[in-house]
Design a protein around this ligand. Structure first.
Ligand code: ATP
Ligand code: MG
Length: 146
């Protein structure tokens, strides 16, 4: 049995992770954690304590300076401010954006947009302008577009 098919292998394993900005004191020092497969976890901490930094490293948006990360699959990432992630004027267009870039046939783009919106329970908002969404709805659109 490979380690990735072992149900006891954590979905996320972080060992002794270090991260610091130049000229600043370290943001993460010997940060270690394991998230089991299929569980929903929260990272709690004071403002500026390094939560977003940790998640950005997991998503590959910041480099690993020291330590190790093992991930089961790809990490999707919703920015703290989803306005920084939504690029098109409407919900449907935003979700279709990456699919069109990938040159998928139109019929498949439509199907995938429908499926993604259904998965985040926003199927009635496909034509809604992004500016007319609540903050949580914007985060759901960002998840649907991943
Ligand atoms: N680009 C940057 N350059 C230098 N320092 C940065 C940069 N981005 C973040 N920091 C600093 O890194 C530290 C950790 O920031 P981070 O965004 O990870 O905190 P956080 O725990 O997500 O905070 P919040 O609860 O406010 O979202 C903070 O002290 C912040 O000022
Ligand atoms: Mg943050």
């Amino acid at each position: 049995m490979t380690s990735s098919s072992n149900p006891l292998t954590p979905a996320i394993k972080v060992q002794e992770l270090y991260f610091g900005w130049p000229q600043g004191k370290p943001v993460l020092r010997a940060c270690s954690l394991q998230v089991p497969r299929g569980q929903f976890w929260m990272v709690l901490g004071a403002n500026g304590s390094g939560k977003s930094t940790l998640l950005r490293i997991l998503a590959g948006l910041l480099p690993i300076q020291a330590g190790q990360i093992q991930l089961e699959g790809r990490v999707g990432f919703v920015f703290q401010n989803p306005d920084h992630q939504l690029v098109m004027p409407t919900v449907g267009a935003d979700i279709a954006f990456g699919l069109v870039q990938d040159r998928l046939p139109l019929i498949e783009v439509r199907q995938r947009v429908n499926d993604a919106l259904t998965a985040v329970k926003l199927q009635d908002l496909q034509r809604r302008p992004i500016y007319a969404l609540s903050g949580g709805q914007k985060q759901r659109v960002a998840i649907a577009a991943l």
